[in-house]
Design a protein around this ligand. Structure first.
Ligand code: NDP
Ligand code: GDR
Length: 346
């Protein structure tokens, strides 16, 4: 952003100020809306502040009216000097580190880039936060993941389940998880790991299985495609609604003390459950429209994940409200609307 506008924003009254990395992503967009609605000044880090994802974020109904309290900053989180400068200049009271190469399949194709974005960048941010904490209070949230557990023997998984990452994404996230604990224990930094299980929404890109399926169901129902090709159908996941999960992030940074929390619904479903729910919604039988191709499989597959959210409910009063069925319904309905709008526009 232009230095003069940044100066004006920072000179304003003592408003709560948050820095969100990965602001253009699914979670970044919901978190930004939530923080803006709560009166925060929000600073976002993105590699492309003039790009399509940044434009879509700024155009959201929950963002546009608050444009005067949103500032986007162009930087790569793997650039330590840029991160240090940005954190020092913005001086946020809260940092939400959501930036990541977040696709598991892609992490096998780009392991070094994934380690840089998911681990090195976290070291950069924590170091910048530690430095800032010498002159003011700052709280740090890290987007940790159920992928840390790999394919665990223990069901459901809790904050004490052993970490056995199974892919480059999860290995890098495990490094980041430990770094957060190192800074909390070593420097007394208020730093939390949110160990979030899969959470989805109409804002999920279509290269994740939920959105790939809901979009395909909508397109097939509209006669715009005939089949959808997936990878391994044997997985089960604990799927929740992203809009609710960002509230858990905020609660963690508002708590009396920093800690790590599993965020999940506590209920798992298979991909076949997901297919059945999505295709039912548009009156179709999924078995007539699904193909598989090993090209979508991963060298190792994480089989079943189901979280135990009892700690966060007890300590912070957070609980998932949207059921799996409601989530699939709202995603299919959004895609049906999108497909109809595309058809009308063409
Ligand atoms: P997304 O992939 O939608 O968003 C992540 C964002 O990170 C991207 O929009 C990208 O923005 C940014 N980014 C990627 N690499 C870099 C980099 N090197 N420097 C700066 N920014 C970068 O992820 P979600 O919103 O789904 O998830 C948010 C976080 O939570 C991620 O860390 C993810 O790993 C984690 N997580 C997600 C879960 C889920 O189910 N959604 C579950 C558990 C954890 P841009 O291109 O604009 O720079
Ligand atoms: P996941 O989500 O790997 O759990 O990571 P994804 O939706 O990509 O996969 C879920 C399961 O579905 C299987 N699958 C397919 N997946 C994709 N993407 N495309 C397909 O065609 C397909 N067919 C079957 C996968 O193999 C897997 O078993 C998400 C990300 O948001 C991570 O960043 C986050 O940490 C975890 O959730 C928790």
């Amino acid at each position: 952003m232009r230095p003069s506008r940044l100066k004006r924003l920072l000179a304003g009254e003592a408003m709560k100020r948050a820095l969100v990395t990965g602001i253009t992503g699914q979670d970044g967009s919901y978190l930004t809306e939530s923080l803006l609605a709560a009166g925060y000044e929000v600073h976002g880090l993105t590699r492309d502040p003039a790009g399509a994802k940044a434009a879509a974020l700024q155009d959201l109904p929950g963002v546009r009216p608050h444009a005067d309290r949103l500032a986007l900053h162009g930087a790569d989180a793997t650039d330590g000097a840029a991160v240090s400068r940005l954190v020092g200049e913005v001086a946020p009271q809260q940092i939400y580190n959501l930036a990541a190469q977040s696709h598991i399949g892609e992490s096998f194709k780009s392991p070094a880039g994934t380690v840089a974005a998911n681990a090195l960048a976290v070291a950069n941010l924590l170091e910048a936060a530690r430095s800032l904490s010498e002159r003011q209070e700052v709280r740090f949230y890290q987007a940790s993941s159920s992928e840390l557990f790999g394919s665990p023997d223990v069901v459901p998984q809790t904050e004490r389940t052993p970490l056995r990452p199974q892919n480059p994404y999860a290995s890098a996230k495990t490094c980041a998880y430990h770094l957060v604990r190192n800074y909390r224990d070593g420097y007394g930094l208020f730093a939390c790991n949110g160990i979030l299980f899969n959470h989805e929404s109409p804002r999920r890109p279509p290269n994740y299985v939920t959105r790939k399926i809901t979009l395909a169901a909508a397109r097939i129902a509209a006669g715009r495609q005939e089949t959808v090709t997936l990878g391994w159908l044997g997985a089960a996941r604990d799927w929740g609604y992203a809009k609710e999960y960002v509230e858990a992030m905020r609660l963690m940074l508002s708590a009396d003390a920093p800690d790590d929390y599993v965020i999940a619904t506590g209920v798992a479903h298979t991909i076949e459950d997901l297919l059945a729910a999505a295709f039912d919604r548009v009156g179709l039988d999924w078995r007539q429209h699904v193909k598989t191709d090993p090209a979508f499989e991963r060298p190792t597959e994480v089989k079943n994940l189901r979280g135990d959210p009892s700690k966060v409910e007890r300590a912070l009063g957070w609980r998932a409200e949207t059921t799996f069925e409601e989530l699939v319904r709202l995603m299919v309905d959004a895609d049906v609307k999108r497909v109809a709008a595309e058809r009308n526009a063409s």
